[in-house]
Design a protein around this ligand. Structure first.
Ligand SMILES: C[S@@+](CC[C@H](N)C(=O)[O-])C[C@H]1O[C@@H](n2cnc3c(N)ncnc32)[C@H](O)[C@@H]1O
Length: 195
């Protein structure tokens, strides 16, 4: 069996933005501490690193994971097979905003196109119930969301403006109880559905 750290290190060497260690540890601890979490939806598979880590927390959990990039998707499928997790991790090659299912998820982990987070939230709202949780990564985007002067790239700054708008809206959204952790990973929010 492959070493999970190898997937992480190889991805990082290739500049594939797999979740940072502190964010990953938080996410795994959260799943460990909430034994009701069985069915997970992940937006943004990349090479399957976070999906594999999540599925390894408990043997009875399933992860549906969505990815648009065919190369990433193929690599994720290979990695999932190497860990013999193909029965529990189901990768889909598709745009997360277009994925349709009637399944109800306990946890939706959002780590795909940053400018689309509000769209994903609304799109998958009906695939959750009160008590389900959304977890969003990259809400700080290397600090640029709170300090746009850190970037001189116009499209990055435009994207971080969208993240800020989403973050502000999420914190006020009374359908959820949201806690934002700016220093975890790349800025992580946990939103528990209460309505
Ligand atoms: C930050 S990476 C995911 C990292 C992964 N969750 C991990 O930590 O191992 C984001 C991924 O989302 C994918 N992506 C971007 N837009 C997407 C979309 N609309 N639907 C699904 N996946 C998307 C990208 O191709 C990229 O592989």
């Amino acid at each position: 069996m492959k070493d999970i750290r190898k997937i992480h290190d190889t991805a990082r060497e290739k500049n594939i933005p797999v979740m940072k260690n502190s964010g990953m540890s938080f996410l795994l601890d959260y799943i460990r501490d909430h034994e009701n979490i069985r069915d997970i939806l992940e937006c943004g598979t990349a090479v399957g690193y976070s999906a594999i880590r999540m599925a390894m927390v408990r043997w009875d959990m399933t992860v549906d994971t969505l990815e648009t990039d065919p190369g990433m998707y193929e690599q994720a499928c290979r990695n999932i097979r190497e860990f013999h997790l193909e029965d529990r991790i189901h990768p889909y090659l598709c745009d997360a905003a277009l994925f349709e299912t009637r399944k109800i998820y306990d946890l939706v982990f959002v780590d795909a196109a940053k400018s689309q987070y509000q769209r994903y939230l609304e799109h998958f709202y009906n695939n959750t119930v009160p008590g389900s949780v959304f977890i969003f990564d990259n809400l700080s985007f290397h600090g640029i969301v709170d300090d746009p002067e850190l970037s001189h790239n116009r499209s990055t700054v435009q994207m971080t403006r969208k993240i800020l708008k989403f973050r502000d809206r999420l914190l006020k959204d009374d359908r959820f109880e949201t806690v934002y952790y700016p220093d975890l990973g790349d800025g992580v929010a946990v939103s528990k559905r209460i309505k």
